[in-house]
Design a protein around this ligand. Structure first.
Ligand SMILES: *[C@@H]1O[C@H](CO)[C@@H](O)[C@H](O)[C@H]1NC(C)=O
Ligand SMILES: *[C@@H]1O[C@H](CO)[C@@H](O)[C@H](O)[C@H]1NC(C)=O
Ligand SMILES: *[C@@H]1O[C@H](CO)[C@@H](O)[C@H](O)[C@H]1NC(C)=O
Ligand SMILES: *[C@@H]1O[C@H](CO)[C@@H](O)[C@H](O)[C@H]1NC(C)=O
Ligand SMILES: *[C@@H]1O[C@H](CO)[C@@H](O)[C@H](O)[C@H]1NC(C)=O
Length: 171
């Protein structure tokens, strides 16, 4: 294989990876441009997003003023960090959502009582069997799932391409 063909494949691959990397993992910035601050209703923010396994949730705030604790539902409901399973305080914390479950985050300095608490439900990448059956004729209620599957499907395509290139010794 000529070196120019090799170069072409490399360029194709790099541009594909650069274009698709933001699609593979969504970074959900808590509170969007208003960040992690008191006086917000983060339930409204969370209800406006769909979270998938592998996505990130990120908290942006004044370092040393606020922080982030991952707790369970009891900690969330009662605003207590007593049973916290993790804590962050950099002011720009990126937390991977690696499991399909409900996550709970609160601020640990008392501001939880002023609204600094957020709970997010993380969905698995593959739709449940019941949703997969309706794949051909999408029901309105399952419209969110296929979108997430689609963006991952695209990522899987790139991975396959990389694997094939390696397999044929193109890289
Ligand atoms: C935040 O909004 C949700 C959804 O509308 C509502 O159920 C909840 O009571 C609100 N929380 C506060 C503290 O206002
Ligand atoms: C919901 O998301 C849309 C699109 O990102 C945005 O325009 C809108 O302001 C959001 N609403 C709330 C309540 O965050
Ligand atoms: C949260 O964790 C504490 C300590 O492990 C436990 O006692 C409590 O039952 C948990 N709450 C929930 C809702 O699982
Ligand atoms: C949470 O708060 C409620 C009401 O204040 C209280 O009854 C309950 O015991 C608390 N739960 C824990 C695990 O502290
Ligand atoms: C924060 O997490 C670290 C481990 O990452 C732990 O050692 C520390 O005790 C935690 N701090 C609080 C206040 O829970």
């Amino acid at each position: 294989m000529s070196s120019s063909t090799h170069l072409l494949f490399s360029l194709l691959l790099f541009s594909a990876a650069a274009t698709l990397s933001p699609i593979l993992a969504t970074d959900h910035i808590v509170g969007a441009n208003r960040g992690w601050n008191p006086g917000m209703n983060y339930t409204l923010w969370a209800n406006n997003q769909t979270f998938y396994v592998g996505d990130l949730i990120s908290f942006r705030y004044q370092k040393n003023q606020y922080n982030v604790f991952e707790v369970n539902q009891t900690g969330y409901d009662n605003c207590t960090t007593e049973f916290a399973v993790g804590n962050w305080s950099s002011g720009k914390d990126f937390i991977p959502l690696n499991k399909a479950k409900r996550y709970y985050f609160i601020c640990g300095n008392g501001q939880c009582f002023s609204g600094m608490k957020v709970s997010v439900l993380v969905h698995p990448l593959s739709p449940p069997p019941s949703a997969a059956v309706g794949d051909v004729e999408h029901s309105p209620t399952s419209s969110a799932a296929p979108v997430g599957v689609q963006r991952r499907g695209f990522g899987a395509l790139v991975v396959s391409f990389v694997v094939i290139c390696f397999g044929f010794g193109w890289m």
